[in-house]
Ligand binder design. Structure first.
Ligand SMILES: [Zn+2]
Length: 215
């Protein structure tokens, strides 16, 4: 099939090296110091302005579930050892709105969580739900927090140390809201793992991205 229709890397556009080429896959999980209240720690695989970040954007913008799965498989391979050693009771995807799932055909955070669960045998818990509201794009952290208030809910009782999963960490507003809900419903510790962190967004004013920029 590759001879007739050479695959194109979703990260850098190189032909014939799969949906995610070797160069774009060359990333390792790293600890990221971030300022989200109640969050015990964060791991990230790559900056957003990387081949992996480009693949992530393309998977979302085009509703390309095959490319999304490719990114999720790499994320699971890189995160597996850390997740198994940390002894989490559940993997919890950051919630997407029903509209974004309909538009894209899938929730990338859910695909990431389910693939990581299949690799590590830590169960997925879809504890968080998110009602429809205004988009987060273009808002600063305070604006995002206000926009998310009362729209994210944890409906399932939790216990122990849980791992929140999201595709991109931008201002930390989504993480902040999710962490508060998860701690409020019984989790003893919340950790976060993301594929990419944004590295330019409001860097001068936002302490979270200042910390991220230093990484
Ligand atoms: Zn590539």
């Amino acid at each position: 099939m590759d001879a007739l229709w050479p695959s194109v890397c979703g990260g850098c556009g190189v032909h014939g090296a799969g949906r995610l080429c070797g160069a774009c896959r060359r990333r390792d999980l790293t600890r990221l110091p971030i300022a989200v209240q109640g969050l015990r720690g964060c791991w990230v695989l790559a900056p957003y302005d990387s081949g992996l970040g480009a693949a992530l954007k393309q998977a979302k913008a085009r509703g390309d579930s095959g490319l999304g799965q490719e990114v999720a498989s790499l994320f699971a391979i890189r995160a597996a050892t850390t997740v198994i050693q940390a002894d989490f009771t559940a993997i919890i995807p950051a919630p997407s709105t029903p509209w974004s799932r309909f538009k894209r055909g899938f929730s990338l955070a859910a695909v990431l969580a389910e693939t990581l669960s299949a690799t590590t045998s830590v169960p997925v818990n879809h504890a968080l739900t998110r009602r429809h509201g205004s988009r987060q794009v273009g808002l600063d952290r305070a604006g995002r927090l206000a926009n998310l208030a009362h729209r994210v809910r944890a409906d399932v009782p939790l216990s122990g140390r849980v791992l929140l999963i999201d595709d991109v960490l931008t201002t930390g507003a989504t993480a902040d809201t999710c962490v508060r809900e998860l701690l409020g419903t019984g989790a003893s510790e919340v950790w976060l793992a993301v594929v990419c962190r944004a590295n330019t967004y409001k860097a001068k004013r936002d302490p979270l991205t200042l910390a991220a920029a230093a990484w």
